[in-house]
Design a protein around this ligand. Structure first.
Ligand SMILES: [Ca+2]
Length: 131
């Protein structure tokens, strides 16, 4: 599916269709753009950026609400999910601190996903992983 998607934007060849390459130089890997609806051949279109929308309290714990778009899986063989780390030097990214709260279809290719990420650690960095 990924190769066909690249081809639909006029991107061919082994080097240019590397999922972790960045043909248009927008700093986003082509696979990332595939996962969030970008255009691998247009540096002005890198897909829909994730957003931290609000803080939600549940019992004694506060959560960051984190919303992102993702391509439907597993039909398209790509996984799009948040990862967190409390230390950028060791960069021990994990998916242990989030849970999906809800998801809703946008169209027949993408859905919007609302996650919550606990705020137990005093410092936590968040990234959207596409793999
Ligand atoms: Ca792009």
């Amino acid at each position: 599916m990924f190769a066909l998607w690249m081809k639909s934007f006029g991107v061919y060849g082994e080097t240019d269709t590397d999922p972790y390459g960045d043909v248009d130089g927008d700093t986003f890997a082509s696979l990332y753009e595939y996962g969030v609806g970008g255009n691998p051949a247009d540096p002005e279109n890198s897909g829909v950026a994730p957003k931290m929308t609000r803080i939600v309290q549940d019992g004694e714990t506060n959560y960051i609400e984190y919303v992102h778009v993702r391509r439907y899986s597993p039909a398209n063989s790509v996984s799009v999910h948040p990862e967190t780390t409390s230390n950028l030097i060791t960069a021990d990214w994990t998916n242990a601190h989030y849970e999906v709260v809800s998801s809703a279809p946008i169209d027949n290719e993408f859905e919007i996903v609302t996650n919550r990420i606990d705020t137990i650690d005093p410092v936590r960095m968040i990234r959207l992983k596409v793999e």
